[in-house]
Structure formats: C-alpha cells, structure tokens
Design a protein around this ligand. Structure first.
Ligand code: ATP
Ligand code: MG
Length: 433
C-alpha cells in the first residue's frame, strides 16, 4: 500500500505510521552512517533521518545530491520527538527528488542587501521571516473581516478604475476607451459614503494606488486600505471605533501569531499597552508642544513625519491628533463648530515612531458648505455632482476612516520598512518581480 501524503502540520495524526511528506530542503548533514534532511512544506518544518544501513541504496545516493531548495518527497515512519522542531521526526524508508535546485540558489544563509533581496522577492518569500510576516498579514486581514462582521457592518467593494475626479495629484492614469482617462483609486471613501446612505455601516477593503514620489519607509505606490463609513456617527463615535479596531487587531496578532512575532524578534511589551485608552490631543495643542521640542512647524501646516515622532515620543500608546486646520486637510471634512478654522478629523499615530496609520473624519454634511469648499479648492464641480447629491437628498451625519494595512502590519511586526509586509511591493523604483 502506498503511504498517504501528509502535511507537516498534520503529522501528529500519523504517529507510528508511514507517510510521504513533500516540500523543500533547507538543511542537510551527514555523519556518513546517519543523515539528516530538514525540509519545510509551508505548514511546518520536519527533520527526516536516514540510516545508511536501513534505507535502500538509491535513497542514500539521492540524499547525496540534495541541495538548498531541492524539492523532495520523503517517505518514512512518523515518530513523536519533543526535541525535534515541530515535535516530530521522520524515520526515512525512501526518498524521491521531485525537482533539483542548482547550487547558485541566490538566497544563501548570509547577509544580503535589501535591493538584492527585493530583486529576488519571488524566492525571498520562502525564508522563515518572510513567511512569518505573511502569516501575520493573513491573520490581520481575517481579523479585519471578523471585527466588522461581528458589528454588523456590510462589506462593500468600490471601483478601482475611476473617472476624472479633478486635479488631485498622485494619480495613476490609463486610457479608457472613448471615455478619456481613467484613474486608479486613491481611496474608496466617496463611494463608501454613498453606500453608507444605503446600508448604514459599511467598510471597504481593497488596494489603493498613489503615485507618490516619496521614498520613505512608509510609502508604497500600491497598498491596501480598510475604509469603514458609518451613518449617524460623529467624530467621537468615529474615534471610539478606531480605538476598538486597532486594539482588536493588536490583540489578535498577540493571541494567534505569537510564534511568528517571536521569530521576528518583536518585543511585544509595547503592544500589550495598546489595550488602554488612546491619547487624544488637539492639533492646536500639539503645535506648541512640538515647537517647544524644536519643530519649526507653524499652526496651519500639516504635520511632518518628524513632528509625528516628536508627539508620540511622550506616550507609550497610540495618539489621536484631532481637529487640524482646514487648509491642511481634504475638502470633505466637516467644519468644527467650536473653531471653524479647523475640521472634525483625526490622525491616529502609532507608537514607537511608526507614524500615521489612520486618517479619519466626520464628513461635511451641509450641501452649501461642501460646495463652497469644492470651489475654494478649485476642484471641478461637475465631477462632484453625484457626491453633492448625497447632501441634497436626505443629508446625514456620518464619519469614516482609512487604516493603512501595511503600516499597521509593519508596526505590529516591529519592522523598519513597509516593503517587507506586502508580498510583491510596488515602490517608486520597483515594479518587478
Ligand atoms: P501620509 O501623509 O502619511 O502620506 P496620508 O495622510 O496621505 O498619509 P491618508 O490619505 O489619510 O494618508 O490615507 C489613510 C491611511 O492610508 C494612512 O493613515 C496610512 O496608514 C495609509 N497610507 C497612505 N498613503 C500610503 C502609502 N503611500 N503607502 C502605504 N500606506 C499609506
Ligand atoms: Mg492622512
């Protein structure tokens, strides 16, 4: 009888029986009489042991040809072994080479430069660190859906190809039949607002494109954003939801991906602190605070990355900076009745210098004020007709926010640069592989 195939993660169900495990070779060593193959199959790692005197001659010969990343099918008896990585060992009875791997496999167990690794991203993804990051990413993506599903939000999908939306900068454009140019979406928010008037509470989760010429450690040209939009939420309800959301994501990672965080050498102590209430700081109070620390930013300016770093340095948990000046923010944010120079908005800054992970606001629900803002910004009114309709036909208090998935993962994993948290990063100078 041919032994069944088994995933390494499922070996516990096969102790004492013969199985065939398939995967890629990561290490080999031999004493001449006993040989060891360590392999991974995506579900775990497994050590297989060959005793020369006990395996067929062809198996022993094939062992001699194994190189890093050779793909193999190894048959043997599953033995429970607490000392073995993964808790099991395979007592080999046969070994097949599925695909050889020449000795020039680019990624060797030594230091490589990041550019080299990114050029070989398709292979770099096989390394344990990269696989751990992808698992954290998948966990957080699932957590996003679980969080909103449990709260009865409706997931909606907004278009990626959009028509002319005026002179917004940083758009990727492509020709669209006889309709002129189409632009890749920078946000789904405006469409999300239309959907919130239908469904009450919605969220979108999709790719977002920004032709940003910024070469920083937190900008990609293609990234994934989660954008909830809630009817009848004001700015305070909005921030409360953001706090619960971020706390949930961090807890999920701590609970279910602790092994991966350990492999990434993430100090989780700062993440544990996220369960407390987030700090809320008014923009107008933040300015003197950062000026006292040497910033030259004036009231009215947007905050730069250095300013954000100065603000979070005082706290060990995320910080909301609220109510920015109108001129520093987008036209659709609602005027602050308590100080009409400002708008009802918030940026959520992650601790440990990771910067802004969320931008949120209450939306302007007054038709004429919104129209005035569109004109003030010199935006083409005709493109915003449908958006103004949302205020013309039954306007409503509503708020929403956008959380950048990659920045959130980079923070939770404690990674310096966001390019490692997406399988195939798109950066200003990188479109391949
Ligand atoms: P920043 O000023 O830091 O470039 P932003 O204010 O332009 O960001 P928003 O338009 O508020 O960003 O987008 C919402 C969220 O999307 C941000 O808080 C961030 O988490 C994420 N984000 C924005 N731009 C990028 C980018 N280029 N790469 C990765 N994530 C991004
Ligand atoms: Mg922002």
């Amino acid at each position: 009888m041919t032994p069944p195939f088994a995933r390494i993660a499922d070996l516990h169900a096969h102790v004492g029986t013969l199985v065939t495990a398939r995967g890629w070779v990561t290490h080999v060593r031999s004493s001449g009489k006993v040989a060891f193959v360590v392999m991974r199959d995506g579900s775990g790692i497994l050590q297989a042991v060959l005793v020369k005197a006990q395996v067929p001659e062809h198996a022993w010969e094939r062992f001699g040809t194994l190189t890093l990343e050779t793909s193999v099918a190894i048959t043997g008896e599953v033995r429970a072994d607490a000392r073995a990585p993964g808790g099991h060992e395979l007592g080999v009875t046969d070994l097949d080479v599925v695909g050889t791997s020449p000795l020039d496999y680019p990624i060797q167990p030594k230091e490589h430069g990041v550019d080299f690794l990114l050029d070989n991203r398709h292979l770099w993804l096989r390394s344990p660190r990269q696989a751990a990051i992808m698992r954290v990413r998948a966990e957080l993506e699932q957590a996003v859906h679980d969080f909103f599903y449990a709260r009865d939000f409706v997931r909606t999908d907004t278009p990626i190809l959009t028509g002319a939306i005026g002179e917004r900068s940083g758009l990727f454009a492509t020709e669209y039949f006889d309709e002129g140019m189409a632009y890749l979406a920078q946000t789904g928010q405006l469409y999300g607002e239309a959907l919130a008037a239908s469904l009450g509470r919605i969220y979108t989760f999709g790719p977002t494109f920004r032709a940003e010429k910024s070469k920083t450690r937190r900008h990609l040209t293609e990234f994934w954003m989660i954008e909830p939009e809630m009817a009848w939420y004001d700015t305070h309800d909005n921030m409360r939801l953001q706090q619960e959301f971020v706390q949930y994501l961090v807890e999920r990672a701590l609970e279910r991906r602790s092994e991966e965080l350990k492999l990434l050498e993430r100090d989780t102590a700062p993440l544990e602190k996220v369960s407390g209430d987030f700090v809320r700081l008014d923009y107008s109070d933040a300015i003197p605070l950062i000026q006292a620390k040497g910033s030259t930013t004036q009231w009215g300016d947007d905050l730069g990355a250095e300013d954000e770093a100065l603000i979070v340095a005082d706290y060990d948990r995320p910080v909301f900076v609220m109510n920015y000046p109108k001129q520093a923010k987008a036209f659709y944010m609602k005027e602050n009745p308590a100080d009409p120079r400002t708008v009802l908005c918030d940026d959520l800054l992650a601790p440990e210098g990771y910067g802004e992970i969320i931008g949120g606001s209450q939306r302007e629900d007054d038709h004429d004020k919104l129209l005035a803002r569109i004109l003030e910004e010199g935006l083409p009114v005709e493109s915003y007709g449908w958006y103004l309709d949302l205020r013309k036909y039954g306007t409503f208090t509503h708020s929403g926010f956008g959380l950048g998935l990659e920045r959130t993962i980079a923070w939770i994993c404690g990674l310096h640069h966001i390019r490692e948290v997406i399988p195939f990063p798109r950066l200003m100078h990188r479109l391949r592989p």
